[in-house]
Design a protein around this ligand. Structure first.
Ligand code: NOJ
Ligand code: CA
Length: 541
């Protein structure tokens, strides 16, 4: 088959709009087009040999992130925690877990990252704390009816039944009974009691926590489970999130953030309704929010184009930059996801165990990277994505740590498979991750995927990400795109700088536009044709 040609010259209407007036001051701000690298600290690099990643390990590897081209790092929670949910059960919002290091080391990390031009974003968890947090310990001791219990959702049960039928997102009831007979609410694990945001002390406490970290130089705050924090006990859907009261809370956060220069709020907002989603991005609320629609779509030209258009249609009119996410610590790795012949993917339906073709998956993940990194807005890269790591699906049950595994009665494996410690160098585990035994086992086959092996190979995933991020920093990021008319299996668009991205999602090769110089390709080209599942960046302008 000769394949269909891409005219490349007939521009479709631009998906652009004038920046909304109230956003003008933000034009050119660092975060609008940043490439943000997500560090899952436990699995990044181990500096002291105990098999768990830590701040010493991260600090030693900052030059790798600078070379990769990260504008910022986002770290998952690093606070003292019993680790019922990988640190998303925070026992002290103003300190660092000793397994990761000390507060002084965190301050050094922020400073050293800044000296390399890398900003630091931390994770704040306002929906819930930990059973080991002082407030909760005091609430348990103080007993029913006490002001200490008002900071949480303590209720009497219905006889031996929980106070209502709300379910935990991790499976099972959302209520756990305490020895005096009352129950407390936890939308996630029982180790994560939900705060009661109707209590003014809760708001005041988090304002103070924000100031604590902003004063230490963090550049951004990622807000965990942001839409869930307000509840309505009297409504059957009162725990489903997105109640109107959340917005006033984030306006308060925004006022604090704005009192420091250049700092941002990023919401973790999983909402299918785009109009509701956009409300979080009003000029006096969050700066950006994760766009999860894109990562949920199948490798299909109609699906992906629909997602991009939906995302731009949501963001452009309000002048907020979209975000693009291919992976994070909660979802299966892209190489594995795109190697599966499935139509779509949702957070609740991970499709674990569905067979995946690794060769196809890698090919598509490479093309997906060039697509995502060319789109207008900021982009996230989850550690190991740049190495093309696959999901690890054969972790022995007894080593799994995700509460989803236990709470599902060992039926849903959960998220450990995308959290396996990174392979840095060498021929066998621990692959330079540290000197001790990694907290989750690394596959022996990762010897070919180490950062060291890939750095030496111009055709590797790491080399592709390095080149893409370099070009992106110079001429992509914030802005608009203009769709080009292309075959129905092809996505093609041009950015302001004249860079054109063409992705072939169909089965047959397609002819490239005649006047473009190839800047970067996700795989070998076939003469002037772009093979299936391949993306290319061209200089056309
Ligand atoms: C979202 C985080 O990304 C996830 O890892 C965590 O389990 C839940 N929030 C609960 O904090
Ligand atoms: Ca360690």
């Amino acid at each position: 088959m000769s394949g269909s040609a891409i005219p490349g010259t007939t521009p479709a209407p631009a998906a652009s709009a004038e920046t909304a007036p109230e956003r003008r001051a933000e034009r050119g701000a660092w975060w609008r087009g940043a490439a943000i690298y997500q560090v899952y600290l436990r699995s990044f690099a181990d500096g002291n040999g105990d098999g768990i990643g830590d701040l010493a390990g991260l600090r030693a590897r900052l030059p790798y992130l600078a070379e990769l081209g990260a504008d910022a790092i986002w770290l998952n929670p690093w606070y003292p925690s019993p680790m019922a949910d990988g640190g998303y059960d925070v026992a002290d919002y103003r300190d660092i877990d000793p397994v990761f290091g000390t507060l002084a080391e965190a301050e050094k990390l922020i400073e050293e990252a800044h000296s390399l031009g890398i900003r630091t974003i931390i994770d704040i968890v306002p929906n819930h704390g930990s059973v080991e947090q002082e407030w909760f310990v005091r609430a348990l001791a103080a007993g029913p009816g006490s002001p200490e219990r008002e900071r949480f959702w303590f209720r009497d049960g219905r006889g031996d039944l929980p106070p209502n039928d709300w379910r935990s997102i991790f499976g099972g009831p959302a209520w756990t009974r305490v020895p005096d007979g009352q129950w407390y609410l936890h939308l996630f694990d029982p180790g994560q009691p939900d705060f009661n945001w109707d209590d003014p002390e809760v708001a005041a406490e988090f304002h103070d926590v924000l100031r604590f970290w902003l004063a230490r130089g963090v550049d951004g705050i990622r807000i965990d489970s942001a839409a869930l924090i307000v509840k309505d006990f009297d409504s059957p859907t009162g725990a489903d999130g997105d109640l109107d009261g959340v917005h006033e809370i984030y306006r308060g956060w925004r006022r604090i953030t704005d009192s420091y220069e250049g700092r941002i709020l990023i919401g973790e907002v999983w909402l299918p309704d785009q109009e509701r989603f956009a409300r979080y991005l009003r000029p006096d609320e969050m700066h950006t929010a994760f766009n999860f629609d894109f990562l949920g779509r199948a490798w299909d030209p109609r699906e992906l184009r629909a997602s991009i258009e939906l995302t731009l249609a949501t963001h452009v009119p309000i002048g907020a930059p979209p975000t693009w996410v291919l992976s994070n610590h909660d979802v299966p790795r892209p190489v594995t996801r795109y190697g599966r012949q499935v139509t779509s993917f949702s957070h609740a339906d991970r499709r674990d165990g569905v067979p995946s073709d690794p060769v196809l998956g890698e090919r598509r993940a490479r093309a997906a990277a060039l697509l995502a990194l060319a789109l207008p807005g900021s982009a996230y890269v989850y550690q190991g994505e740049e190495l093309g790591l696959p999901e690890v699906d054969d972790i022995p049950g007894e080593l799994r740590q995700d509460p989803i595994w236990t709470r599902s009665g060992h039926t849903v494996p959960g998220r450990d498979g995308c959290r396996v410690p990174l392979p840095w160098s060498g021929q066998e585990p621990p692959f330079g991750f540290g000197t001790g035994k990694p907290w989750l086992p690394q596959p022996a086959s990762w010897k070919d995927l180490t950062a060291e092996a890939q750095a030496a190979d111009p055709g590797s995933m790491l080399s592709l990400y390095r080149q893409a991020l370099r070009i992106r920093r110079a001429e992509l990021g914030d802005g608009v795109l203009r769709w080009l008319e292309a075959g129905e299996d092809v996505l093609a668009f041009t950015r302001e700088s004249g860079l054109t991205c063409v992705v072939n999602l169909g089965p047959d090769p397609v002819r490239l536009p005649p006047h473009g110089a190839v800047l970067l390709a996700s795989g070998p080209l076939d003469g002037d044709r772009l093979p299936a599942d391949t993306a290319v960046w061209l200089r056309t302008g």
